[in-house]
Design a protein around this ligand. Sequence first.
Ligand SMILES: Cc1cc2nc3c(=O)[nH]c(=O)nc-3n(C[C@H](O)[C@H](O)[C@H](O)COP(=O)(O)OP(=O)(O)OC[C@H]3O[C@@H](n4cnc5c(N)ncnc54)[C@H](O)[C@@H]3O)c2cc1C
Length: 511
Amino acid sequence: MSLKYLPNRILFQNNKLFNINLFSSIFRQQYHKINIRKRYLATVSSSTSSDLLENIYDIVIVGGGISGSALACALASSSKITGSQKRVAIIESSDTSNIKGWKPIKGEFSNRVSSLTPRSVEFFKGIGVWQNIEEERIKPFKDMQVWDGISDARIKFNNENTGIGPLAWILENYNIHHAILRTLDQYKEDSDVDFLDNTKVQKISFDKENKDEPFDLSDWPCVELSNGKKLKTRLLVGADGINSPVRSFANIDSLGWDYNSHAVVATLHVDSNVENKTAWQRFLPTGPIAMLPLQNGYSSMVWSTTPNLANKIRSMSSNDFVHLVNAAFQLRMADLEYFYSQLGDGESVDFQNEFEWRKDVQSKNSNYKEEFPPIVLGVQEKTRAGFPLRMRNAESYIKERIVLVGDAAHTIHPLAGQGLNQGLADVQCLLKVIEQGIINGQDIGDINLLREYSSERYFANIMMLGVVDKLHKLFGTSLTPIVLARSFGLKVLDNFDPIKAEIMKFAMGAE
Ligand SMILES: Cc1cc2nc3c(=O)[nH]c(=O)nc-3n(C[C@H](O)[C@H](O)[C@H](O)COP(=O)(O)OP(=O)(O)OC[C@H]3O[C@@H](n4cnc5c(N)ncnc54)[C@H](O)[C@@H]3O)c2cc1C
């Protein structure tokens, strides 16, 4: 049996199971990693036992999306985890070769981007991921403008002269995921993390029937894979997204609702003569439309709207789409409604002419001199895609030997760009709790230890979910008293720097 596959934290002796944690301080001083493994080899004789040990892990992470991969990488980077020879496996159903072999093309950007808060960026720096990010493809921004689609009341955030640094960084999800997997690979020699992609978790159970096992692991989750293997784990992490199989296995309900809304994303070509350094978001009655800077000449769009409108926006001609997006950012609601009315199946007006003359009339008839995002000139081929929007929060993030992170635990409307940042904050917190458990000699699957994770993350996540949901509802109505009240609120806030600073801190991840 290969030394690599020997379990790290179980000492099998005289048919009894001992937890090395009990002896950790003595062992840490006396034995090097390899010596402990040789000792296993001496005590394990039968092939059944060796197969069993090969499939026993300290931590199994289900889901190799960004949250799960970041957790695997964080564990691999931690000297407390590697120093105590924890065995980790991460299971991902999809083929990740396109992410590992990602070769970005100059002048083209993926339609899936995330805005990362300073807290997430610091976390990535700490675990060695940021060093592998393609820096020329990321855009830090210090300006943000958010305005009401009906009243045009506006709030501006600006970190330009505060010395605090960017409000956030816009990165392609590919760039983030590629950097994480590359970093994980760089830790390969010094850590014990098995990354199994193209492998689906088919069943999770407690496998209490297995009489062949020479030691009692009946309260350890057993994960059955599509390659026929069964893994036993001291701690099972569900990083497996909104429909989390781990959450279902743990019998944890997920509460929330579907927004009657889809997000349409696209990569836009914008006027390259304008410095592209601001994130823009306009709250339309059907949902917000956001333009996020990528580089001069390129921006990413997220337009949340009704499913019906989303379908039309995705399937209309590229040329008309460009002018509709310009109208959605720059024209008054009545003009935009006119564009919507032309989105039928039959003949429609010339969107470019309509946009240009309406914009011209609006500029001449108004003293209102607000700034607008750069004019959209084109859309990158095949980048229009739609995602149904939902709000969910698991009833609990933990059970004995089970913990949920990322979208498996909570899913949020993307209007504040917080979903992944919350997932990364979960990962950061879970790493801290596991490390603390190791220092204290605790079983890392023990619910009493996991409660520390849950109590820190549950409150923080539910606060963010609540704020974002309220914003969505507040701006999703055209009722005049509410429009007046929220517009008044925006104007007051815009002139009240201390409150704006607090909002910025909250959005930047300083919970
Ligand atoms: C339009 C849009 C814009 C967004 N913008 C932002 C933003 O700007 N900033 C931000 O912070 N967040 C943003 N988000 C949210 C963010 O994209 C998600 O929160 C994040 O991607 C969730 O990552 P995850 O790893 O937790 O889950 P997922 O990405 O869902 O990953 C789960 C993984 O588990 C795997 N899996 C599932 N079942 C199994 C199984 N049985 N066996 C093996 N593997 C399995 C899946 O294949 C998948 O890879 C946005 C979301 C949307 C829709």
